[in-house]
Design a protein around this ligand. Structure first.
Ligand code: 4NP
Length: 159
């Protein structure tokens, strides 16, 4: 939990320019609509894209649906994230494995695949859309919206 006990959620992908900034924007919007106070951020496993704005295709599909990417700027995961965030959601299994290897022993953060919140889904991972076309970004937006809705329903039952 953050200092004021607000729920805190970090989304993580490889570069922090495609999937996790989209998840951050979608989940923040849906949590606000649901009246759930939450601290949301995103980060990448690698530092290669640090300081960059989200990929233009993430901005295109997200902004078309009204999601905001104001202040969104790529950064690498830090050891402090494992203390600050209650939930750290990985987009794919490689990201999750990397996060597990970075998690300090003292960290209480729950590390999970984001799509694990979907109970009846055959799809375990949000696929990396970086080397594909805009359809891949439209596909991951749908997955991220479904998972955000499902996680918000889970949070409501815990309130
Ligand atoms: P992301 O997508 O992990 O969803 O941000 C990628 C962004 C950059 C690269 C790979 C995936 N890259 O190889 O640079």
């Amino acid at each position: 939990m953050t200092a004021n006990s607000e729920l805190s959620v970090l989304f993580v992908c490889l570069g922090n320019i495609c999937r996790s900034p989209l998840a951050e924007a979608v989940f923040r919007s849906k949590a606000q609509q649901a009246g759930i106070p939450v601290c949301v951020d995103s980060a990448g496993i690698i530092s290669y894209h640090a300081g960059k704005r989200p990929d233009s295709r993430t901005l295109a599909v997200g902004e078309e649906k009204g999601y905001s990417f104001e202040n969104s700027c790529a950064r690498q995961v830090t050891s402090a994230d494992f203390t600050k965030y209650d939930y750290i959601f990985a987009m794919d299994k490689d990201n999750l494995q990397a996060l597990k290897s970075l998690q300090p022993a003292s960290s209480q953060a729950q590390l999970r695949l984001f799509l694990s919140v979907l109970q009846d889904s055959d799809i375990a991972e949000v696929p990396d859309p970086y080397y594909g076309g805009i359809e891949g970004f439209q596909h991951i937006l749908k997955l991220i919206e479904q998972a955000s809705d499902a996680f918000i329903e889970q949070l409501k039952t815990q309130q």
